[in-house]
Design a binder for this molecule. Structure first.
Ligand SMILES: C=C(O[C@H]1C=CC=C(C(=O)O)[C@@H]1O)C(=O)O
Length: 471
């Protein structure tokens, strides 16, 4: 067996770690409560997606997150603590659960680097309650993973979380830890291959194109005759493959095809996964500095630089697209102000993706200590970018027009740490994968002046970008 320099360094920690775990066990016995020992170590550089692929078991919860522009990727595998629930109070109950867990976490950190603390991974559904009885994900899932492997700018940190109580064997925990690091290090030079095969799928739109266009016409009538000024209508595409979908290769394709989107995946521990490549950040808080995106209003990328510039120009100057966009800015600034924050609207710009471009206005604010990230998530979700205006009334229309359960589509997905840092995206451009079946989702904002034909084309463009990655 070859011992890498990094592995040799770990022996230095062995004694300290042993003492740390013994102290955690004493505390657990004294308080008559389970403690969570969270150990963070810098390890050799591995690709978290490779670790996810090799380590994750279908019966475990897991989570994958990647942002190439920030040089960040995280894989979270297994759960030492989890909460799954539904209902109106799902955000506040999730916040309570995280705070409760944090009281029992004791940290052993050998590094102060980014992602050296345990993160709580969260996945919410669009609605408080999923009406489809057998929808495979609950309306809220929060978990503290057993293994968290994160890369930030070429530095790889492993966080291992262990439940400690009177009966655990400390020597065995250390053995499990060192053995796991050894295994993870053996994947150091492993990199996935790009794998764009000719699709062998059968495809079926859940609502056929004619039905979608007629829903747009009805939505326009609602907009004309009521106080609802925007409704985001989505469509779902069901795809069936000859063989089970390969999650790992699909995620790898997504990150190749959409380098400036957030690549994500979350599993329910029962074999179903929800994956995607989202351009939309709901909130990111780093050292109390919050940033959120107003993202709405779309145009295709051009096939030539000249066509691209014309499309961009048309988008920037379209009254209809700017109105659709401004509804999102107004809502976000209003909701942040209601929380006592002072939102600053940054200059508008374009968010240009591989196949589509959007109007984009980042909004920033400082978050006081007492405002938990999930409070902000609950205030912002759903924004008019994915629901409409006013969101509550628009949601009633969405339930009326869409024949499928949105589930995790267009809902908050992300992580929170103990210091109030977090990042949540909106789960758009996404798919629910179940063996050889996938359901792909995409939506478009309908406002006065929307053309059913163009809205359908926008949705198809979004679905195609996702479909291309699935293998
Ligand atoms: C609801 C989706 O996109 C939203 C985000 C950006 C642009 C949008 C639009 O122009 O309609 C949508 O509001 C989706 O892709 O499923």
């Amino acid at each position: 067996m070859t011992v890498s320099p990094c592995a040799a360094d770990f022996c230095v920690y062995n004694r300290e770690l042993y003492q740390f775990l013994v102290a955690a066990q004493r505390k657990s016995i004294k308080n008559n409560s389970t403690q969570i020992a969270s150990i963070s170590l810098e390890i050799n550089l591995v690709d978290p997606l490779v670790v996810l692929n090799k380590l994750a078991q279908p019966h475990q919860l897991n989570f994958y997150w990647e942002n190439q522009s920030k040089k960040e990727a995280i894989a979270a595998i297994g759960a030492v603590a989890k909460l799954q629930l539904q209902g109106k109070e799902r955000f506040s109950k999730s916040e309570g659960f995280i705070k409760y867990c944090l009281k029992n976490i004791i940290n052993f950190a050998t590094t102060e680097r980014t992602f050296s603390k345990p993160l709580f991974f969260c996945g919410f559904s669009f609605f408080d309650i999923n009406k489809q009885e057998n929808y495979p994900f609950p309306a809220a899932t929060v978990f503290l993973p057993r293994w968290q492997i994160a890369v930030k700018e070429e530095c790889c940190i492993l966080v291992a979380n262990f439940s400690i109580h009177a009966d655990v064997n400390i020597e065995k925990i250390l053995q499990i830890l060192w053995r796991k690091i050894e295994i993870i290090h053996s994947w150091e030079f492993y990199s996935p291959h790009q794998n764009f095969q000719e699709p062998k799928f059968s495809k079926k739109s859940v609502a056929n194109p004619e039905k979608f266009k007629s829903s747009v016409l009805s939505a326009l009538e609602t907009i004309r005759s009521t106080h609802v000024s925007k409704i985001v209508l989505a469509d779902a595409l069901d795809v069936r493959s000859n063989t089970p979908f390969d999650l790992f290769n699909s995620l790898h394709n997504l990150r190749q095809l959409h380098p400036n989107c957030y690549i994500f995946s979350t599993s329910n521990g029962k074999g179903q996964n929800f994956i995607g490549a989202s351009p939309e950040r709901l909130i990111c808080i780093h050292n109390q500095q919050l940033i959120t995106d107003a993202l709405a209003g779309s145009a295709a990328r051009g096939k030539t630089p000249a066509e691209d510039a014309t499309n961009a120009d048309r988008l920037l100057n379209s009254e209809k697209e700017r109105h659709e966009h401004s509804l999102v800015i107004d809502f976000i600034t209003q909701r942040l102000s209601q929380l006592g924050l002072l939102p600053q609207i940054l200059p508008p710009r374009l968010r240009q993706l591989s196949n589509i471009q959007h109007l984009w206005t980042p909004i920033s604010a400082i978050v006081p200590d007492e405002v938990h990230p999930l409070k902000i998530v609950s205030q912002l979700h759903p924004t008019p970018a994915v629901a409409g205006t006013a969101p509550d009334a628009a949601c009633v229309e969405i339930r009326r027009y869409e024949s499928f359960e949105r589930g995790l589509y267009a809902a908050p997905l992300g992580w929170v740490d103990a210091d109030g840092n977090c990042e949540f995206i909106v789960g758009i451009r996404s798919a629910l994968i179940d063996g050889d079946r996938a359901r792909l989702y995409a939506g478009a904002g309908i406002v006065a002046g929307s053309d059913p034909e163009k809205e359908l084309a926008e949705i198809q463009l979004k679905l195609q970008a996702l479909l291309k990655a699935l293998v």
